[in-house]
Design a protein around this ligand. Sequence first.
Ligand SMILES: CNc1nc2c(CC[C@H]3O[C@@H](OC)[C@H](O)[C@@H]3OC)c3nc(N)[nH]c(=O)c3cc2[nH]1
Length: 373
Amino acid sequence: MAIKYELIKEDKQTGARLGRVTTPHGSFETPVFMPVGTLATVKTMSPEELKEMGANIILSNTYHLWLRPGEDIIKEAGGLHSFMNWDGSILTDSGGFQVFSLSDMRDITEEGVHFRNHLSGEKLFLSPEKAMEIQNALGSDIMMAFDECPPYPAEYDYMKASVERTSRWAEKCLRAHKRPDEQGLFGIVQGGEYEDLRRQSAKDLVSLDLPGYAIGGLSVGEPKHVMNEVLSYTAPLLPKNKPRYLMGVGSPDSLIDGVIRGVDMFDCVLPTRIARNGTCMTSNGRLVVRNAKFARDFSPIDEHCDCYTCRNYSRAYIRHLVKTNETFGFRLTTYHNLYFLVKLMGQVRQAIKDDCLGDFREQFFEQYGFNKP
Ligand SMILES: CNc1nc2c(CC[C@H]3O[C@@H](OC)[C@H](O)[C@@H]3OC)c3nc(N)[nH]c(=O)c3cc2[nH]1
């Protein structure tokens, strides 16, 4: 079995769980935040730095790597782990989301999706079988089924047809999977904000007895209360003894609220993306370091943080680097933001161990400023 999940403890106050996932490239505790490395690199970070900050699983992306450099080159390199010199776990998305979010001229058929390469304009076709062929070539430890992530909001009838097709595509992915002992295939629950469709999608996918499940179709522009509502009734539909992954979610409040509703794994480009324009997450909320008020501020980004950036550099220095577009400045903000979320999940795991996640949420939200009207 490529993927093992061990449920260690359930929180008494909430639906949160403490667990451990084991893949052929090691194991990691959950709940966990997974840094995104879409193009086979977590932008500006080295594998050593990711390991140093405590990241044991990172993400990459089928659609992007299929287009550049091509999965054949990565396969020739011995797979994604050796290509990018990362010996931890890797999860790859199936490309479903990118096809719908990056390219125009899409034509969805039962067989798959016809669309244009968002870089060259050439016509392409991605199917469940092709998405599995690419991911098998990449050799990722966790592969996502090829799905449709419908836009938000979507009409009920459209969503119903899309969910039924995504379920049929998941079966095709399972049949096309060439390396089930080395790589685990996760199904992706869709259904938008329609509870009956979420139930149908979960039922269809759970019947395939896959090693893990993602909750998709969220963090696509819906209000946070809608995401939390959908999570509240969707996560419990998924097997307790398998990992639950909420795709595309990474702000601190959404991570904590997702854990409370029973989610184990998260990914989001937010920390790395905002770092590249000089915005940092701190225990007292966001800090835009290029702001003039930090020109002579020689304190660290976050006085409560013990990361490499906060132990060695000041806001004034990082502001200077960001203002002059120095790459090192973005390395420092990226390192700090990733460390902040990896450390936050460590604190969340500790709160579950101590049966005080509800209290931790109150204290964190207050200090970060989430409760401000
Ligand atoms: C941001 N919100 C969000 N992202 C989402 C992604 C992409 C994450 C993937 O896309 C890239 O980051 C944008 C990363 O490569 C990531 O890798 C898994 C999704 N992928 C699939 N297959 N199905 C979904 O329903 C889905 C929903 C999302 N909601």
